[in-house]
Design a protein around this ligand. Sequence first.
Ligand code: PSU
Ligand code: MN
Length: 287
Amino acid sequence: MIRIADEVRAGGPVVALETTLVAHGFPPGEGVEVGRRSEAAVRAGGAVPATVGVLDGEIVVGLTEDELARFDASARKVGPRDLAAAVVQRAVGATTVGGTLAVCRAAGIRFMATGGLGGVHRGWPTPPDVSSDVQTLASTQTLVVSSGVKSLLDVPATAELLETSGVPVLGYRTDDLPLFYAAHGGPPVSARVESAAETAAVARTHWELGGGGLLVGRPPDESLDDVEPLIEEALAEASAAGVHGQAVTPFVLSYLHRASGGRTLEANRELVVGNARLAGEIAVAAA
Ligand code: PSU
Ligand code: MN
């Protein structure tokens, strides 16, 4: 049921990458390029990339380049609860952070990279939408490098939920959680770390204590500080158009890409690739 690439099996440092952002986070065709660049960035950090997705009735850990190209907007978005059905029904399943973490747990992978973690949606409990990313992270011994949580969420509420769930939130050379496009402005992190080696040591210690997942927030290299009003516009448009549930993120991201004249698109690409590189360095430091 799970097919693990030979290179991933070999026992060196491995970084898992998700496919939801490849399929649904970018305009048609561009997500696959971001996926390829992320893999190259993991290698540049000295580790082996393992991009995860469901294909032809199998959970694949370490997609080939041709396989990755099949993750377009028609792919099913697959969280932890969707994995089994996607396998049995032979869907092309693009795994979310939570879905990818569930696979990491099964395959013993300790490091992963993404753009932003899912969490508590603005206005909770209307809609009563909380991503399974948080719960799955709390119960999986994997460290996730991100640029914080998804920008369209209620970031302070998500940070509280991470605290309640016992998930360490490490700021990579920052005291506050990055706000995805913006480098600063989020709630305080639970600890600041200065290097890949220090991050790896905190993770190892947390796991020795029986702890679960950790979130690392890496501020984007270039901060976009004027996106918040556009996010509010995008969310209002989504609600007016009756878009809800899993469809909200892709809708909001494409709205932002248009409304910002492509600046959020460029920022999104670069932050995903930068996170992959740092995850590679942390995985190597932990080995
Ligand atoms: N952040 C992005 N783009 C994305 C996602 C996050 O910038 O596409 C995806 C991730 O795969 C994350 C998922 O796990 O959104 C969470 O979705 P939901 O809120 O429906 O659980
Ligand atoms: Mn959701």
